[in-house]
Design a protein around this ligand. Structure first.
Ligand code: PMP
Length: 393
């Protein structure tokens, strides 16, 4: 067996995708991007209902202008890590703005959301510590655990009793345990039972990190996420977010109620050994953050679409991944072929969604993941629902 033989399954997958002809359902090529909600795919103008552009800010005039000005005044890239030559005033400025938004003393900005989880989880929990992680967590959380020297313990998805039992077994060591959950889960779009998880955390004296990648900008009066919405910020130790969804940029952040979060700068390898985010991305993110914090109108539009879609898809008989409406609405199928045929039918109708298949999905289900945006208009939602009705066959 040689070095490359192990890729037989991937070779077969690539060949089967090539055989399909037409537009690939994985890494779908976007030929031209016209707006936050419209692109040309396979030669036709298509409604984008499978991005993470929840507030639709990627084409916002102020965000674009800020990015252009940053390129003109600071250049295209920093060519260095935050710990070397890439620690610009704008990176520090964004950290200060995020910390102030939460009223917390510390914030670290990373180059991507993925690296944020990698860098924060692996550095916070070290030898002798414990990571209690929801089994359905995003790959970046699981990879952060792998990079850490701590002992990782998975608990059943959204099951606070299961978490409670696992912490119970740790006894006094629960005070060295970091619980890691997401606010809204990225594949099924379901929400964590954060109130119950916070209670378990308090009972055992453990620590809590919530990844609000899919809830920042969407929940809470100021858009700070599900913890703000549920009035739980005082129970949470660290919140992770990304710039690549509601904020329409690239990068990630961790805010902490403990000033010591700042010390991670000296030990977190995914923070130290990579170039910092480009000035353009930091600048557009700062402009987007201002709009997000003052974004009640954007949130109201997004929620109107999310509720209409959830009710409409349910009426059409689709099984949804979450009982409650939200920015992520996953249509769940037992058979991969069914999901693929619905995905294809939607694309043929000019609607782009995400096809997600095992092993990238929980419980081996196949999904057509629909995501809503404040930049959609009523007509877009009508078109997506009409396409779903025809795709039902
Ligand atoms: N956390 C969660 C829950 C995510 O869904 C994602 C991205 N899908 C990330 C982190 C990583 O963020 P980014 O794509 O900005 O690296």
């Amino acid at each position: 067996m040689n070095l490359l033989d192990k890729f037989a399954a991937q070779r077969a997958l690539a060949a089967s995708l090539a055989e399909l002809g037409g537009v690939a359902p994985i890494a779908t090529p976007m030929d031209e991007i016209h707006s936050a909600t419209c692109a040309t795919i396979g030669g036709r103008r298509t409604v984008l209902a499978g991005t993470n552009n929840y507030l639709g800010l990627t084409f916002d005039a102020a965000c674009r202008a800020a990015a252009i000005e940053a390129i003109e005044t600071q250049g295209t890239g920093t060519t260095g890590s935050r710990m070397a030559s890439g620690n610009y005033a704008s990176h520090r400025g964004l950290e200060k703005e995020l910390a102030e938004a939460f009223g917390w003393p510390a914030c670290m900005v990373f180059s991507t959301g993925y690296q944020t989880n990698l860098g924060v989880i692996s550095a916070l929990a070290d030898t002798g510590d414990f990571l209690l992680v929801d089994a359905d967590s995003h790959a970046s959380i699981h990879d952060g655990c792998r990079l850490s020297n701590a002992t990782t313990i998975r608990f059943r998805h959204n099951d606070p009793d299961n978490l409670d039992r696992r912490l119970q077994r740790l006894g006094d060591d629960a005070r060295r345990a970091l619980i890691v959950v997401e606010g809204v889960y990225s594949t099924l779009g379901d929400r964590a039972p954060l109130r119950e998880i916070a209670q378990v955390k308090r009972r055992h004296g453990a620590w809590l990190l919530v990844d609000e990648a899919h809830s920042f900008g969407i929940f809470g009066p100021r858009g700070l996420g599900l913890c703000e919405d549920l009035d739980l910020l005082q129970d949470v130790d660290f919140i992770v977010g990304t710039f690549s969804k509601s904020l329409g940029g690239v990068g990630g952040f961790c805010v902490g109620r403990h000033a010591d979060l700042d010390l991670l700068r000296f030990v977190s390898r995914p923070y130290i050994f990579t170039a910092s985010s480009s000035p353009a991305s930091i600048a557009s993110t700062r402009a987007a953050l201002r709009q997000l914090l003052d974004g009640q109108a954007l949130r109201a539009r997004l929620w109107k679409h999310a509720e209409r879609f959830h009710a409409g898809a349910g009426r059409l008989g689709y099984r949804l991944g979450s009982r409650t409406p939200g920015p992520v609405a996953a249509l769940v199928f037992e058979e991969r072929a069914q999901a693929q045929s619905v995905w294809q039918a939607l694309l043929d109708e000019g609607v782009y969604t995400n096809l997600m298949i095992p092993p990238a999905t929980p419980a081996g289900v196949s999904l057509v993941r629909v995501s809503l945006s404040a930049a959609h208009d009523d007509e877009d939602i009508g078109r997506i629902l009409a396409a779903l009705e025809r795709a039902r066959g």
